[in-house]
Design a protein around this ligand. Structure first.
Ligand code: SF4
Ligand code: SF4
Length: 288
C-alpha cells in the first residue's frame, strides 16, 4: 500500500508551546481559511508552480523542472523574498515527508520528546497522512509512548474527525469568533463546523485546549466575550482556554491597519472570564 506524503513547510524539533511537554511539530502547508489576521499567511495555499518567485531567488535554490518548482534547502539563504512575492500566499520552500521520514526524526529526538503535534496551515487538510503517521507511531514499540496531537481550526467535518480520533491523543482548537458574520469576515468561512468540532472533541475526551484570538473592536467585544464564557462554561469550566493577543508580526494586507491587543486589556478580559467561573484561562507570555 502506498502511504500518503505530507507537504511540510517547517519542522520544529522541539517546542514547548504546541501541546503538553516538549514536542516535535510538523507544520503542514495549506489552509481552508484565509484569515486576514494570519501571522503566517504564506502557509495558506499550495504552490501552483507559476514560477513567479524564481527570479527573486538570488541563490538558485528555486528551479523549475518539467513544470514543477523544486527547492534546494542546502543553498537557501532564508531571505523569504519568494514568500513576499508569491501572489497566492503559497510557499515554494516545502518538503515532502513520508511517514518513515517522520518516524526517523522522532526516533533521533525521542529522549527529549513527549510527543508530536501536527499544525499548519490547517493540518487536517492532509488528514490521510496524519492518520497514517499517528497509526504508525502507535504501532511502533520504540515510539508508542509519544502522544499525538493536532492543532486545528476546527473546520473538519464530524465524520472525518471520527476517522482520526482513534489514533489522536488531543486537539488544540481555535475558535475565531462566535457571531456568524464576524467569523466569516475573520476567516472566510462559517463557524458552525468549528463549534460542532469543539463539542465533538470535548465529548470524545480529546479537546486538550481551546484557543481564542483577541482582536480589538472585533473579538474582544462584551458580546463575544460573553459568548466565549457561555460556550466554554457549557463544556467544562475547567477546560484550558488560551487567550491569544492579535499583533502585527507577519500579518499582511488590511489587518496591518487593525489595532493590536494590549496586555492590560487581555488581563482584564481574563479576569472577567475567571470571575464568570472559568478556572483555567491562560494569557500570553509575550506580546510581539
Ligand atoms: S510559491 Fe507562489 S510564486 Fe512561487 S511558484 Fe508557487 S505559486 Fe508561484
Ligand atoms: S528564501 Fe530561499 S528560496 Fe526563497 S528567495 Fe530566498 S534564497 Fe531563494
Amino acid at each position: 500500500m502506498n502511504l500518503p506524503l505530507a507537504t511540510v513547510s517547517k519542522v520544529l524539533k522541539f517546542s514547548c508551546v504546541d501541546g503538553p511537554g516538549s514536542r516535535l511539530v510538523l507544520f503542514l502547508q495549506g489552509c481552508n481559511f484565509a484569515c486576514p489576521s494570519c501571522h503566517n499567511p504564506h502557509t495558506m495555499k499550495l504552490c501552483n508552480d507559476c514560477g513567479d518567485c524564481l527570479p527573486v531567488c538570488s541563490t538558485g535554490a528555486l528551479t523549475i523542472v518539467q513544470g514543477k518548482v523544486l527547492y534546494d534547502p542546502s543553498i537557501c539563504e532564508h531571505c523569504d523574498k519568494c514568500l513576499d512575492i508569491c501572489p497566492i500566499n503559497a510557499n515554494p520552500k516545502v518538503t515532502q515527508y513520508s511517514v518513515d521520514n517522520v518516524l526517523a526524526l522522532l526516533d533521533q529526538n525521542k529522549p527529549f520528546l513527549n510527543g508530536i503535534t501536527v499544525s499548519g496551515g490547517e493540518a487536517t487538510m492532509q488528514l490521510k497522512f496524519i492518520i497514517a503517521l499517528f497509526t504508525a507511531i502507535k504501532a511502533n514499540d520504540k515510539l508508542k509512548d509519544l502522544t499525538c496531537f493536532i492543532d486545528s481550526n476546527g473546520y473538519l467535518p464530524e465524520a472525518a474527525w471520527k476517522t482520526v480520533l482513534p489514533v489522536t491523543d488531543g486537539v488544540m482548537l481555535d475558535i475565531k469568533a462566535f457571531e456568524g458574520d464576524l467569523h466569516s469576515q475573520l476567516t472566510t468561512r462559517s463557524n458552525e463546523r468549528v463549534l460542532s468540532s469543539a463539542r465533538l472533541l470535548f465529548e470524545a475526551g480529546k479537546l486538550h485546549e481551546l484557543r481564542y484570538l483577541l482582536i480589538p473592536e472585533r473579538t474582544d467585544t462584551a458580546k463575544e466575550i460573553a459568548e466565549l464564557s457561555r460556550f466554554v462554561g457549557a463544556l467544562d469550566s475547567n477546560l484550558p482556554l488560551r487567550l491569544n493577543a492579535f499583533q502585527h508580526h507577519g500579518v499582511q494586507g488590511e489587518a496591518r491597519n487593525w489595532p493590536t491587543m494590549k496586555q492590560p486589556d487581555v488581563e482584564r478580559i481574563a479576569q472577567d472570564l475567571r470571575a464568570a467561573g472559568l478556572s483555567n484561562v491562560v494569557t500570553p507570555a509575550v506580546y510581539i
